[in-house]
Write a protein that binds this ligand. Structure first.
Ligand SMILES: NC(=O)c1ccc[n+]([C@@H]2O[C@H](COP(=O)([O-])OP(=O)(O)OC[C@H]3O[C@@H](n4cnc5c(N)ncnc54)[C@H](O)[C@@H]3O)[C@@H](O)[C@H]2O)c1
Length: 369
């Protein structure tokens, strides 16, 4: 194993867990899994797209190791993250007489991870589960921190629970089959965490983005290890998002509004990238961020193919309205994470969240580069 990072949950020490990062844990999984399974029933929940390239081979390894299991596969993509799919999974588990001591092994991207985590949180009042993320986004973000959820007609992630996994196993070999657009989608969350928490890693991405986009293992391992370490540290200090964990919402207030503006016909990461650009401009207008840092961020995201031209055409009044409807708005006021410099968030009076007047948001859209 190349590295192991721990998420500590001080309030409930027994819920702390390791995140293993490797290039090929998958090749030796039965051994790795055995200590987690003990005498438990094993349920594998996965994405249909992963059956052929990975799960078939993995099933054979489990059979050879005489480990019993059932496999439930569903479609990846946001449209699966709902109550209907959740119930279908639970019914399959009941039919297979899965009991409350079972272990759920969730292998997939953020959709399967959030959905599987929520099944684990509620099945017979909660069973143990392990996250095996297979997209870059799931590796650096959704698999770490125990946020589980499904969507409904009122919005995204509105029904869910905090339910920490037993372990997270990140095998970057899964990225070999991940399409470039999905790699960039995850890379934007990596850049977000570096902009808020670690300038040296941000500089690494600016200097090595060509290698990252060419799926270079060394470069990928570096950014995954740093992003996971930073997220694990944040979750360890603030599991329930009272302060520090809110840093991770940088770019998301405008990003979520843009997702809605485009009627969700935009990948989440790409909407967040545009959100990062606008929220960085806001930080600059508010006098925290230098023009040079703002341009560095725009430049990096443009190199990843984020097309900012569309932002000039956007109806800022609509975006402001969507921001006001967001679950994070309070008493008709819009709040955001404001960066002070690359690698550092403005944190006043113990609060990282700042009220941003609508007129500054309008000005930011007008003054983008
Ligand atoms: N829980 C959290 O803290 C948290 C944080 C961020 C995002 N999220 C959630 O994550 C979800 C998005 O995650 P995602 O982008 O991973 O989506 P996803 O799970 O839908 O995966 C994206 C696409 O990649 C495919 N895929 C997965 N692994 C692959 C592989 N190894 N090779 C080839 N194709 C593969 C999937 O089938 C899908 O088409 C959203 O629902 C979002 O709300 C949760």
């Amino acid at each position: 194993m190349l590295s192991q990072i721990f998420v500590n949950i001080p309030a409930r020490e027994q819920e702390s867990y390791p995140i293993s990062i490797d290039l090929g844990i998958f090749g030796n999984w039965p051994n790795w899994l055995k200590k987690h399974i003990q005498s438990r029933q094993l349920v594998i929940l996965t994405d249909k797209k992963l059956l052929n390239p990975y799960i078939r081979q993995f099933k054979q390894q489990l059979l050879d190791a005489k480990i019993n299991f059932i496999v439930i596969s569903i479609n990846g993509g946001e449209s699966s993250k709902n109550q209907v799919t959740k119930e279908a999974i639970e019914m399959k588990m009941f039919r297979a007489r899965i009991d409350r001591d079972a272990l759920l092994l969730v292998i997939g991207g953020g959709v399967i991870g959030d959905l599987g985590g929520f099944v684990a949180a509620t099945y017979m009042r909660g069973i143990k589960y392990i996250q095996v993320p297979t997209t870059l986004l799931a590796m650096v973000d959704s698999s770490v921190g125990g946020k589980t959820a499904i969507n409904n007609e009122y919005g995204k992630n509105l029904i869910g629970a905090f339910w920490q996994p037993q372990a997270v196993a990140i095998d970057i070999k899964f990225l070999n089959t991940l399409p470039k657009q999905q790699l960039i989608n995850g890379l934007i969350e990596v850049i977000k965490i570096f902009i808020t928490c670690e300038k040296s890693s941000y500089d690494f991405v600016t200097n090595n983005f060509n290698k990252i986009l060419a799926y270079d293992n060394e470069a990928l391992l570096f950014i995954i290890q740093r992003a996971v370490s930073l997220k694990a540290e944040i979750v360890s200090q603030d599991e329930k998002e009272q302060n520090l964990r809110k840093y991770l919402n940088f770019g998301h207030t405008i990003g979520h509004a843009l997702e809605k503006y485009y009627d969700f016909n935009i990948l989440h990461g790409y909407a967040v990238a545009l959100g990062i650009i606008v929220e960085s401009k806001i930080a600059q207008i508010m006098g925290f961020l230098t023009q040079e840092s703002y341009l560095s961020i725009v430049n990096l995201l443009q190199k990843l193919g984020i097309d900012c031209k569309d932002l000039h055409e956007i109806d800022a009044a609509k975006i402001i309205q969507y921001c006001l409807n967001d679950k994070k708005a309070k008493a008709d006021k819009i709040y955001m994470i404001i960066i002070r410099q690359i690698g550092m968030v403005q944190n006043d009076k113990n609060s990282a969240v700042h009220e941003v007047p609508a007129k500054i948001i309008k000005r930011a859209f007008k003054q983008l580069f």
